[in-house]
Design a protein around this ligand. Sequence first.
Ligand code: NAP
Ligand code: SF4
Length: 676
Amino acid sequence: MRSAFPRLLSPVTVGGVALRNRVVMGSMHTGLEDRDWHIDRLAAFFAERARGGVGLIVTGGYSPSREGWLSPFACALLTEADAHRHRAITDAVHAEGAKIALQILHAGRDSEVPISVSASAVTSPFSAFVPRELTEEGIETTIADHVRCAELAKLAGYDGIELMGGEGFLINQFLAPRTNHRTDRWGGSTENRQRLAVEIVRRTRQAMGPQFLISIRMSLAEFVEEGQTFDEIITLAKQLEAAGLDLINTDIGWHESRVPTIATSVPRAAFVRYTAEVKKHVSIPVVAANRINTPEVAEDILERGDADLIALARPLLADPDWVNKAAADKADEINTCIACNQACLDHTFTGKFVSCLVNPRACHETLLQLLPTRRAKRVAVVGAGPAGLAAAIGLAERGHRVELFEADDKIGGQFDLARRVPGKEEFNESIRYFTRKLELTGVRVHLNTRVTAEELAAGGWDEVVLATGVRPRMPDIPGIDHPMVLSYPELIRQERPVGKRVAVIGAGGIGFDVSEMLTAHGSTALNLEEWQQEWGVTADPQAPGQMTAPSVTPAVRDVTLLQRKSGAFGTTLGKSTGWIHRAALDAKGVQQVGGISYDGIDDRGVHISYGANHEHKRVIEVDNVVVCAGQESVRDLHAQLVYRGLPVHVIGGADEAAELDAKRAIDQGTRLAAAL
Ligand code: NAP
Ligand code: SF4
């Protein structure tokens, strides 16, 4: 059969290394790297992606020295004993036909250790320590550390290395005037700032010979003030090629950038133009990355000649079989990464192991398995939101006979709401995936069916899974039933017209989403041009850090966001995405009023009290009020089912509405499916 993605799946030789296709699994720090005793779990994680068809895997970043640790005792490759332990990883990946490179990451000033070093003594927002400016001798040692790490990687069985040259880590700290204030031959001019990167590549090539893959991850757009210009980045690419580099992998931004680069609101393949431009200036292959999550997008990039390979990171957390499914012309079966960051980056930033919201097995491959059942049961799942869907397909995959009952005329639950929020269109992919998976696993789906306890009792089910979700909380405020008041589902589904002045009650994740939606000008399509203008991104090759003044499209409504608690707004939002939502509301001029109580709602608007003893009164005059005050569990059936003696399991929002959370819902549904 002819593949729908011939370029993506065509073999390529990079340096001396033959790859079976053009899919690179981009580096991700899972947390498993940091402790030796997790190496078998890490090997299983990589092996599953290798089995899934990936051509080249890049590991998470290992430091070449203790000074370069990301945090105390974080992963490093320093000794031959370390290298021997890595055999578990390289052997497992090679057994599945993929190649693997070790990423070498020296954190520089971002290191959270007191012995941190950098180009200059410029503090990082991510570390409490002032880095020591490297001496000339220290720079020589740092280069030697990188070369030694590459040698150890070879001893460990890796096919090559990737140097972390972007994201604001050590090599990048030398490259950019922002962090390199030196006046010796390692700072000042472009050539001097690029010397460290070039020397590391040159000496690594000398030491490793021609067959060992040497790649670099370069931030092709830095999105920070006093960053490199794009012209400098082109020069760097050419210098590195001349020094013996085999491959350039795209990176975008620094960790401290205040331009979103991988959030779900970033248009797909938004940064490919940088990769395409670099490709024009070098003859070694270049890899496109960031917000590429479907084989169609990947194939288009290769077909246009914008890149030679495609890096996927989070999409391979979401679906380890991404490549095999594309190859088998089953792209509609891919569990697509929705760029939510909730179980990957947010976990990294809070010290947890990485996983995936849509695939809770990610990084738990040896612990959470959907093995064939020895006794097929008849299972009724009530509710086709994320929890019910995950349970239904997991159970059916194991061989149980599953029927799914949904009161609505469609599946999706809270995902069906989320997908309608501008910038969250990726949730459509999850609904497409679940729809297809229900077909493939043979789950019988009953839409428009509000099943009763009597019917369930009469059905003779071995197990009943209650995943009936939540209903929006309507707080007990005088006038809450005024015609100007909408619930957030009514607003998101655009069921009623909304005036120009709107108050939003409740500033959780949904209050923020709703406020963004109210200020946006209608279209839900992700628009690259507008997005670049709003975040101050420029194509000017001489602009430091590719930044310019943002130009925000004015809000179409006056929105006031309200919360009862005092203090900052948006503190419960995701670690890696909360700042984006806060910045978006600030840019659109959304008023944020906290530390209040609600006195009532009438024709004028929302009456509030504020002050230390709520002694001051005010009316926020609006045309409409949207209530985003959280949710309450819907589990009316539970007591009736227990009363009838049915074995019932409550999951998702029906179990716990307080933290209505798709990550927990899917995880809980999958774990139940694995256990029954
Ligand atoms: P939420 O985060 O619990 O926020 C609801 C807000 O309503 C609270 O901040 C609370 O603030 C207010 N509230 C609660 N009870 C109230 C009452 N009786 N009267 C008036 N106000 C009341 O809930 P959500 O916004 O519905 O979000 C639910 C979940 O969805 C989140 O936990 C998150 O996992 C997910 N989500 C996240 C995002 C995101 O991160 N971007 C977006 C959408 C959804 P005060 O008590 O201070 O007024
Ligand atoms: Fe993608 Fe979200 Fe999964 Fe991270 S948690 S891999 S962003 S779907």
